[in-house]
Design a protein around this ligand. Structure first.
Ligand SMILES: O=C(O)CCC(=O)C(=O)O
Length: 351
């Protein structure tokens, strides 16, 4: 609990605030509206219309306004409004860019420019010449990985299509499978979201797949090679996999080795427009947003980027993203940056 200076003890008031006689629902309605700055005459006329006598209304409004919970809420609201202003500043400035929805594609970036221009400014970017320099590029195909790692036991998620919360329930949906068999099942599946080898399966930490990293050359000065364990993610799945809208709690470099993946990204300063969130997940499906339920989303700037083989996306911490595989895809992602990559960015939208 936050340390607050305790209030000075006061002598009892001559006239105590009226007891709260309206139902808790009405009390909440009044407090909500007062805090939201709703016009007082509208508040009064609604209460009168619902049969609350005027003297009773005055007494109840006075009691709510004087209540310690209301006074504390006002204090927190002032702090929240200041933060909201900062978010709106970002939003407004961002919209002035000539191509506000575009994500830059760059080649020849060195570590210092990457960290200063993109990492430090929380800006996504596609790197077009990092993965192309890896021995893995062009080599990693389903057939090659099956041949090389076919006997390794991996964990993969199955039955995703019959669970609306499949991504959240990855641990429960995951089971061990021979990697070679998994490759065959993916090839046979065609377009499907039912089976997927995802980051949360932690397969890139398996001894049997360690040799994957022999095919990777980390760019100089970006990632710490001593911290690969626990900081990488291997993704393998058919076209049609969908990772629902969520944000991560660290920066990610997402390398695309094979196939195409489409990302829909929304900036963290637009978190309020995603409204309802559950943990790191948003309830909004940006492919077919329910604007009746989430009207604010109509104002969000959704940036779309399709990664081709050989491209790498920098996903900055806090950026919401929804990912659809447009074809069978193989990916390797990293979080072991040499700069600070631990953030307390958890449940920003949760009430
Ligand atoms: O490729 C995917 O399906 C999801 C990738 C992703 O969301 C991530 O790395 O955070």
């Amino acid at each position: 609990m936050r340390r607050l200076r305790p209030p000075r003890r006061r002598r009892p008031r001559a006239r105590p605030a009226a007891p709260l006689t309206l139902s808790p629902d009405w009390q909440l309605w009044i407090a909500d509206n007062l805090l939201a700055g709703a016009p007082l005459d509208e508040l009064l006329s609604t209460l009168l219309r619902h049969g609350v006598p005027r003297p009773e209304i005055d007494a109840q409004l006075g009691a709510i306004r004087a209540s310690p919970a209301f006074l504390a809420a006002q204090r927190h609201l002032r702090a929240a409004r200041r933060l909201d202003l900062v978010a709106r500043l970002h939003q407004q400035l961002d919209a002035t860019r000539s191509l506000p929805r575009a994500i830059e594609r760059v080649a020849g970036l060195d570590a210092e420019r990457f960290f200063d221009r993109y990492y430090a400014t929380n800006t996504p970017v596609v790197l077009t010449d990092v993965v192309t320099a890896w021995p893995a590029f062009g080599r990693w195909t389903p057939a090659y990985l099956k041949e090389r790692f076919g006997d390794v036991e991996v964990m993969a998620a199955f039955g995703r299509e019959s669970d609306p919360d499949y991504d959240l329930h990855t641990p429960a949906l995951s089971r061990p499978v021979r990697f070679g068999d998994f490759v065959d099942r993916v090839l046979a599946a065609g377009e499907s979201n039912d089976l997927y080898l995802v980051a949360n399966n932690r397969n890139s930490d398996r001894d049997g797949l360690r040799a994957l990293f022999d095919d990777v050359t980390l760019p100089e000065g970006w990632l710490d090679p001593a911290r690969l364990q626990g900081s990488t993610a291997f993704w393998f799945g058919p076209g049609g996999t969908v990772t629902p809208m969520h944000h991560d709690t660290s920066n990610i470099l997402f390398g695309n080795l094979y196939g195409q993946k489409r990302f829909l990204l929304v900036a963290p300063w637009e978190t309020a427009l995603l409204q309802s969130t559950r943990g790191v997940y948003s309830l909004v499906d940006p492919e077919k947003p329910d604007l009746e339920r989430f009207p604010g989303f109509a104002r969000a700037t959704v940036r779309e980027v399709v990664l081709s083989p050989g491209e790498m996306l920098f996903i900055p911490v806090g950026w919401w993203h929804h990912v659809r595989a447009l074809s069978l895809s193989i990916n390797l992602a990293f979080t072991n940056f040499v700069r600070d990559n631990a953030f307390d960015w958890f449940r920003p939208g949760e009430r």
